[in-house]
Design a protein around this ligand. Structure first.
Ligand code: PLP
Length: 337
């Protein structure tokens, strides 16, 4: 029995995802970089959101919902996966796209994730603000109210940290899955590295590690806000995830590690060194990272190798959280070398 089997869920993701060695870059850096391929979860190009949605939509189905409502940035992977999940399960879906990244680029607004959303035929609303999670959620709740009064049964997947963190359960489960894979491959990495944004993935993995009493450091690489603010967010999320369980060994606050060296200049915008990381991994190992999340988390991983936190000859697991459709949103930036 897994830690999360008592919670309602639906089957969306291809699981277990592979755990494989990134051969060439491991040779170059002297550290064995194992990749947990959560970019391969299926669901219209996959990523970490597929695992999170299994538990959100489990709640939706248990509540008798007939449609899903959610919000995210224009290039949101969560929005794309929510639409794919709704289509797979025969639910209606409406999404709200927030204007979070200041760009007029046609590709940013129409290629990559929003293009796939359009292919799947979701109703799209636009929200002019990008940095007000509560206002974005309020707009969703308002829309849900209108739908309810016309007889629909919408389920809202909100953005701000206040809601019950059902999605994080997907990463409690993923921690158990990864520990079992490591065991069967006789691997004992000292650390895992993952992107930390809404914090569902980071908090879920930490809760899973603590519950399994696994002594592995988890480095969350900031992709959404600076380290101090992110640490507070992850810790709050951990407390609310822990509350979902009757009894579980919780993580300690000092286990929350956030590293923001790859975050600047801000959400959805890459520094030159993050851009070089994306190109380096594509060219060394044929693995695609995305500009907003995984190029930053991989750059954070390389930083931990460079500063000696990850010792030469050691094993580390990099959790690839997906986001790959977004490479098509940045053609000008990614192809001018
Ligand atoms: C590809 C990708 N990686 C990482 C993250 C961050 O995960 P979380 O929001 O669970 O912290 C996101 C979130 O939007 C994402 O789309």
């Amino acid at each position: 029995m897994s830690l999360t089997s008592a919670f309602p869920s639906v089957a969306l993701a291809h699981k277990p995802t592979p755990l494989e060695l990134l051969t060439n870059i491991s040779r170059e850096t002297g550290v064995n970089i194992w990749v947990k391929r959560d970019d391969c979860t299926g669901l219209a190009f996959g990523g970490n959101k597929a695992r999170q949605l299994e538990y959100y939509i489990g709640q939706a189905v248990a509540d008798g919902a007939d449609m899903l409502l959610t919000t995210g940035a224009v290039q949101s992977n969560h929005v794309r996966c929510t639409v794919a999940a709704a289509r797979k399960l025969g639910l209606d879906v409406e999404v709200q796209l927030e204007h979070r990244v200041d760009t007029q680029s046609h590709a940013y607004h129409h290629s990559g994730n929003p293009f796939i959303v359009e292919l799947m035929g979701a109703t799209v609303h636009h929200f002019p603000v990008g940095e007000d999670e509560n206002a974005a959620d309020d707009a969703l709740y308002l829309r849900a109210e209108a739908l309810r009064s016309s007889g629909r049964k919408p389920y809202v997947i909100p953005l701000a940290n206040a809601h019950a963190p059902w999605g994080a359960l997907g990463y409690v489960e993923a921690a158990e899955e990864l520990l079992a894979q490591q065991h069967s491959m006789q691997l004992s990495p000292a650390a895992w590295v993952v992107a930390s944004g809404s914090a569902s993935t980071h908090a879920g993995l930490l809760v899973g590690l603590a519950a399994c009493e696994a002594d592995i450091a988890l480095y969350g690489i900031c992709v959404r806000r600076p380290a101090d603010a992110q640490k507070a967010r992850v810790w709050n999320k951990i407390k609310s995830v822990t509350k979902l369980f009757d009894s579980i060994q919780p993580p300690r606050q000092e286990q929350v590690q956030c590293d923001d060296r790859a975050f600047a200049p801000g959400y959805g915008v890459m520094s030159e060194s993050v851009r070089q990381t994306l190109l380096r991994v594509a060219r060394s190992d044929g693995m695609i990272l995305d500009p907003t999340y995984t190029a930053k988390s991989f750059a954070g991983l390389l930083g931990l190798i460079d500063d000696g936190t990850l010792a030469p000859g050691s094993d580390v697991v990099y959790v690839h959280t997906g986001g790959t459709p977004a490479v098509f949103a940045y053609p000008e930036i990614l192809t001018d070398d």
